[in-house]
Design a protein around this ligand. Structure first.
Ligand code: C2E
Ligand code: CA
Ligand code: CA
Ligand code: CA
Length: 274
């Protein structure tokens, strides 16, 4: 009836308004947090056979009023607001400095991976941003890895390829994150001088129960190894997944099985127990 139709519209309006207000609150808090430099960085190890082989830097925002807000929630908002450039530059510089400090103070020499939004690859200044971070921190470029998702190829793939080429010339490593989510063609990937792919957790989860999934991951591994790429399995949570993925030839394992992302002091303690 007309009556219920009206109610539906009203209800829809109300939830739209709530969503809108919620976004406004997060946007304002996010802008304030960027201004005061209120982010934290956590580190998740990647391992192989009892060794920590590298770490991934992950952003943390614990807002004094709103509490913990996950990057999965605020990164897309930061991308829309254009705040992502400042945020990612902070992540990048902070990670480079932390890794240099581990080298100097702990004699720990492993690459650190930093996530950069695909938005940067539509611009030119990402190359100078990375260069600045290396200069400022004194970190050698081979100890920095940049993780980008396949969605980077949706727009302007030639330009993206050129930017990646220039980063590679600097000596920085490039990793394709969430591999297999389906944004890029294998053909596009072949054109690029990348070093690593990270197999998305959706292919890892339940792999022990699904033979087709095993076949898929094995074919990704064969393809990537044919190109001399490093292959990381993401989101490994069980010993069974771990054993199978190592047997299949994954080069590094990352996931809650070994450790969630942790603050820097805990990362150092983990080195002894993994
Ligand atoms: P990502 O790069 O794919 O990072 C992996 C996410 O999976 C992280 O979530 C990590 O905590 C989580 N994870 C790790 N191991 C496991 C596991 O065994 N099981 C499950 N279920 N999850 C696991 P987090 O830290 O919430 O980050 C979410 C996303 O936010 C990241 O996904 C990345 O795309 C983005 N992000 C984080 N930091 C930055 C940053 O500094 N810059 C940019 N542009 N994006 C960032
Ligand atoms: Ca990542
Ligand atoms: Ca990932
Ligand atoms: Ca992801």
């Amino acid at each position: 009836s007309k009556e219920t139709g009206g109610n539906t519209v009203k209800f829809f309006d109300q939830s739209m308004r709530n969503k809108f207000q919620e976004s406004l609150i997060i946007e304002n808090a996010l802008r304030a947090n960027v201004d005061r430099g209120g982010f934290d960085q956590y580190y998740q190890p990647k391992t192989l056979l009892g060794k920590v082989t590298s770490v991934e830097a992950l952003l943390r925002w614990n807002d004094p009023e709103l509490g913990f807000i996950s990057p999965g929630r605020f990164i897309p908002i930061a991308e829309e607001m254009g705040l992502i450039f400042q945020i990612d530059e902070w992540s990048l510089v902070h990670a480079c400095k932390q890794n240099k400090q581990w080298q100097d103070e702990e004699r720990l020499f492993i690459p650190i991976s930093v996530n950069l939004s695909a938005k940067h690859f539509q611009q030119d200044n990402i190359v100078s941003m990375v260069d600045r971070a290396l200069q400022e921190s004194g970190l050698a470029p081979e100890y920095l890895k940049i993780e980008i998702t396949e969605s980077v190829f949706i727009r302007n793939p030639e330009h993206v390829a050129e930017v990646i080429g220039r980063l590679k010339e600097m000596g920085v490593q490039i990793s394709i994150d969430d591999f297999g989510k389906g944004y890029s063609s294998l053909y596009q990937l072949l054109q690029l001088p990348i070093d690593e792919i990270k197999i998305d957790r959706q292919f890892i989860k339940d792999i022990n129960e699904n033979e087709k999934q095993v076949l898929l991951v094995q074919s990704i591994l064969d393809f990537a190894h044919g190109l001399q790429l490093n292959v990381v399995a993401e989101g490994v949570e069980t010993p069974k997944e771990n054993a199978l993925l190592i047997e299949m030839g994954c080069d590094e394992i990352q996931g809650y099985l070994y450790s969630p992302p942790v603050p820097k002091d805990e990362l150092i303690k983990l080195l002894q127990v993994i």
